[in-house]
Design a protein around this ligand. Structure first.
Ligand code: ATP
Ligand code: MG
Length: 653
């Protein structure tokens, strides 16, 4: 076999291992790896077995129709997503179980049982119908994190409308572009939502977004904050007025498994957001299965995924995955540091939350704020922790395990994307011996590999491109209205394999280590270095909370490394710091990875989803213009980064 020498140099070596505790393993949904072994033998049979646990209105005739690069799962099968998440639970003991336990930022609480939620969804589905929304129509949803947001999603699913959720932090421009692209007839919003004690005027932003957008015929407004809004006669309607008049019964539409359930635009870390289109049947099978096995979900759990429903994580692991499993979901409206940085820990203590799923960026913020906040609270209800969104550096992983998990909770570091719909690489918490910083192994039925630019497998512990070799049920169907771009972005780099755009290496135990995005790889004197490893080395220094590393043109080396570093609370700058950090990186991973420049900063520029914007920093640092700023989520972000850079670079270490 021809084997490549690898395309990214791997420097990081993390040796620690954490097997699941005997107590955890004993009670776990999965206790042995036989599940994975079986799935690998015949993935289609495995997914069909998983699918049979769900409610179908008509059986499928074919599990998978693979006409590369287009996959159709459960062809011929009919089902309804909302019936799977709601109606199915009403006949048994889950009927009056809490589906959603919610806390608003100002402190109000609401509990919706499965029956309550079902009722609201029926009513709102009829509201949508009453406004002329039909099967296949697109509905844009721009709401705060309140229970009406999942109600709106599920109501669309009930009548077969395709939802497109836009994160509540986006600007009018972003809404306009997305609503226009999706040709949405209707927008669901609220008067406002709470964030750090202030009210974000959502309806006002929608007004601005659609002032000259004729496709949008109706706007439904939920009264959340009680702020003044202007209502345009004939176009704008109050949620509560329509609900009061709506019929309480709405039969779930029998959808084809291959009908689209939603469109969701990616967070735009690497460029122009892509309109990812997901199916109904395959998507449901993927998220229902992963929720159950990755999070070891039991009926007694209170599951809290802290993502916003505006991102795929919220779609899959606040709404569809947990509800399809009949779980109790905790939902919070506001900021983690409001009114104080212990808000999360206070709620975990009060509600006895058992599973916490959050992002490395949040964990690093908690570390920076200091241990005193989690220490104020009893977190012993927690039994499992998860992360998603970026690679988690081993230092943050260890802190999370010890300070939040009390050393007792397994951590599932889950790698996936908006495109993949479901978690693809992850520990199985009762089975996998984890290593800090590794997402470990592919979920059962998933076939992942690390290859070079020719598509050849790279040797063990060499970095390359992460690809997926076989289709999986919840994979994106296409890019909305743009199948050519779908082919080009995901299927042209490595023929026949799904190209993730992420770098990774596989170690001697076949564990995957994500190394950051291919686009961010830096070429130093012939070595290709992933940002993740250098950032991890920096963060493992006791004074450092967070780091971003980018490349900058260098006359001899090709590129040199520039590091931007955020210190922990209470750590001061010093003349020696740059040298200390360089020495630390040299010792941790080697001379080649030592940054030539080190800047201390108060914060790092991030996307709205909380990911570091290396792409923009890199362009500005190299003196290149960003080029087409319409490719950014929010063109204003470039100016912010420019301002940030000017400030940071005025005070080098
Ligand atoms: P865009 O594709 O528009 O640039 P994005 O990739 O940030 O935006 P998402 O789909 O939200 O949009 O993020 C998926 C990406 O997040 C992955 O490709 C990977 O780079 C990163 N990621 C997610 N989870 C992990 C993880 N556990 N470990 C490492 N990286 C992760
Ligand atoms: Mg992406």
């Amino acid at each position: 076999m021809v084997v490549s020498s690898g395309t990214i140099d791997s420097l990081l070596k993390e040796k620690e291992q954490y097997p699941p505790s005997a107590a955890f393993r004993k009670a776990a949904v999965l206790r042995s790896d036989s599940f994975r072994v079986d799935a690998a033998k015949d993935p289609e049979a495995f997914w069909a077995r998983m699918a049979k646990e769900l409610a179908w209105m008509a059986p499928w005739s074919k599990v998978l129709e693979w006409d590369p690069p287009f996959a159709k799962w459960f062809v011929g099968g009919k089902l309804n997503m909302s019936a799977n998440c709601l109606d199915r639970h009403l006949a048994g003991p889950r009927r009056n179980k809490a589906a959603i336990i919610w806390e608003g930022e100002p402190g109000e609480r609401r509990v919706l049982t499965y029956h309550d939620l079902w009722r609201e969804v029926n009513l709102f589905a009829n509201v949508l119908k009453g406004l002329g929304v039909k099967r296949g129509d697109r509905v844009t949803i721009y709401m705060p994190m309140i229970p009406e947001l999942p109600v709106a999603l599920l109501a669309c699913a009930r009548i077969g409308a395709v939802h497109s959720v836009i994160f509540g932090g986006f600007s009018a421009r972003a809404i306009r572009d997305r609503a226009e692209d999706a040709e949405s007839r209707l927008i669901v919003t609220a008067d406002g939502g709470y964030r750090r004690g202030a009210v974000l005027p959502l309806k006002k932003i929608v007004d601005e977004a659609i002032a000259d957008l004729d496709v949008v015929r109706h706007v439904v407004v939920f009264k959340r904050a009680g702020v003044e809004v202007s209502m345009r006669e004939g176009r704008d309607h109050w949620w509560h007025e329509l609900m009061a008049k709506a019929d309480a019964d709405c039969e779930p539409e029998a959808m084809d498994a291959t009908d689209p359930l939603f469109i969701l635009y990616t967070s735009g870390t690497t460029g122009k957001p892509k309109g990812i289109q997901h199916s109904t049947g395959g998507y449901l099978v993927g998220v229902a299965t992963t929720t159950k096995y990755v999070f070891d979900l039991k009926d007694e759990d209170l599951f809290w995924c802290t993502a916003d429903i505006g991102w795929v994580t919220g779609h899959s692991y606040i709404v569809y995955g947990p509800l399809a499993n009949g779980a109790s979901v905790f939902m919070y409206e506001g900021a983690p540091d409001w009114p104080e940085p212990d808000r999360f820990w206070r709620m975990i203590e009060e509600y006895d939350i058992t599973i916490l799923y959050t992002a490395p960026t949040a964990i690093r913020a908690f570390m920076r704020w200091g241990d005193e906040y989690p220490r104020r609270h009893d977190l012993s209800s927690l039994r499992l922790l998860g992360t998603v969104g970026e690679p988690i550096n081993p230092e943050a992983w260890r802190w999370y395990r010890k300070t939040i998990g009390g050393g007792r909770c397994p951590i599932v570091d889950t790698w996936w994307q908006t495109e993949t719909g479901m978690i693809l690489i992850t520990p199985l918490p009762g089975v996998t011996t984890t290593k800090p910083g590794s997402a470990t192994r592919p979920f059962p039925g998933i076939d992942a590999e690390v290859v070079d630019e020719k598509g050849l497998p790279v040797p063990m512990n060499k970095g390359g491109y992460l690809v997926i070799r076989k289709p999986w049920p919840s994979m994106l169907q296409t890019l909305y209205k743009d199948p050519e771009r779908y082919k080009q972005v995901y299927w042209s780099q490595v023929p026949g394999k799904y190209f993730t755009g992420d770098g990774a290496r596989m170690d001697e135990d076949q564990f995957f280590w994500l190394m950051g995005r291919i686009d961010d790889v830096i070429n130093v004197a012939g070595h290709r270095i992933g940002t993740m490893e250098v950032e991890s080395a920096l963060v493992s220094y006791r004074k450092v909370a967070e780091a971003a590393v980018v490349g900058k043109p260098h006359p001899v080396k090709g590129q040199s490394l520039v590091a931007y570093v955020v210190l922990k609370k209470g750590e001061g700058r010093s003349d020696e710091l740059k040298k200390e950090l360089q020495k630390h990186v040299r010792e941790a991973i080697g001379a080649i990875a030592v940054p030539d420049d080190v800047y201390i900063t108060e914060k790092l520029p991030k996307t709205r989803s909380g990911k570091i914007m290396r792409r923009v920093i890199r362009s500005l640092v190299s003196g290149q213009e960003i080029g087409d700023t319409t490719t950014l989520e929010d063109p204003g972000a470039v100016d912010e980064v420019r301002k940030w850079l000017a400030e940071v670079e005025a005070h080098p270490e």
